[in-house]
Write a protein that binds this ligand. Structure first.
Ligand SMILES: [Zn+2]
Length: 214
C-alpha cells in the first residue's frame, strides 16, 4: 500500500463520504501539510445529521444504507441505531479499501467491486468489531447506549399524520411567533396546503407535524 494519510472529521450536514485525493492527481502540494510528497490523502466525513437520522424512525429507512443492510447483512434481524451506524462505518471503510485497491473511479463509486468488498466485510464479521468499538466509545453515557440498542421500526410519519388531517378541516399553525388559522385544502406528500382565514387569504404549505388541531 502506498504511503497515505487518513483523517476522520464530523461534517455539519447529512453528507457522509470518503474524500480521496490520490497523490498523482494533485498539481501543487500544500507546504503546510504534514503529508509527505506522493501520499494519498483520505478524509472520511461523517455528517452529524446522518448520524442523528440513524436514530429517527421516520428517517433511518430513507437512506440507501438501510437497503444495503437488508441485502448484505440480512441476519441482523430487527434493526437498531447501532446496526445502522455500524453499517455506515463499514460502507465508508469499504470505499477506503476500494480506493486503495484502485477500484474507485469517478462516477462509479458504488460499483460491483465496492459491493463485493462490503459483502466480504460482513462475511468476515467486521460488523462485530464496529459494534463493540461503538459501544465502548459511548459506554460512559447510559442513555446513548440504551438508544443505540433500542429496536427501531420504519415510521412514515407523513402518511400517518395525513390520516389525522382531512381536507376542509379548520386548523392552526405557528409562523414567525404568530398563530394563524385556516382551512386545509389539499394533502400533499409531506405538507398540507392551508388557506388562511386572514384577508387576503394566503396559501401556506405546512408540514404535518406543525399542524395544530383546534
Ligand atoms: Zn458510498
Amino acid at each position: 500500500m502506498r504511503h497515505h494519510s487518513f483523517e476522520v472529521v464530523l461534517g455539519r450536514g447529512k453528507k457522509t463520504y470518503l474524500r480521496h485525493h490520490p497523490a498523482s492527481s494533485r498539481k501543487t502540494l500544500n507546504p503546510f501539510s504534514k503529508n509527505q510528497r506522493g501520499a494519498d490523502i483520505f478524509t472520511l466525513v461523517y455528517g452529524r445529521l446522518c448520524i442523528a437520522e440513524m436514530f429517527e424512525e421516520e428517517n433511518f429507512w430513507r437512506w440507501k444504507s438501510h437497503h444495503e443492510i437488508k441485502n448484505y447483512h440480512p441476519s441482523s434481524g430487527p434493526t437498531n441505531p447501532l446496526v445502522n451506524i455500524s453499517h455506515i462505518v463499514l460502507h465508508e471503510f469499504a470505499h477506503y479499501i476500494q480506493a486503495n485497491l484502485g477500484q474507485r473511479s469517478r462516477g462509479s463509486v458504488h460499483n460491483t467491486e465496492f459491493y463485493s468488498i462490503l459483502k466480504r466485510l460482513y462475511s468476515d464479521n467486521a460488523q462485530d468489531i464496529v459494534y463493540s468499538s461503538l459501544l465502548l466509545a459511548v459506554q460512559p453515557c447510559g442513555p446513548t447506549t440504551q438508544k443505540l440498542l433500542t429496536h427501531i421500526e420504519k415510521n412514515d410519519c407523513s402518511t400517518q399524520l395525513i390520516k389525522n388531517v382531512i381536507v376542509g378541516e379548520f386548523v392552526a399553525f405557528d409562523h414567525k411567533n404568530k398563530r394563524h388559522q385556516g382551512t386545509v385544502t389539499r394533502l400533499n406528500k409531506r405538507r398540507a396546503t392551508v388557506m388562511t382565514n386572514s384577508t387576503p387569504s394566503l396559501k401556506a404549505l405546512i408540514p404535518y407535524s406543525k399542524i395544530l388541531k383546534i
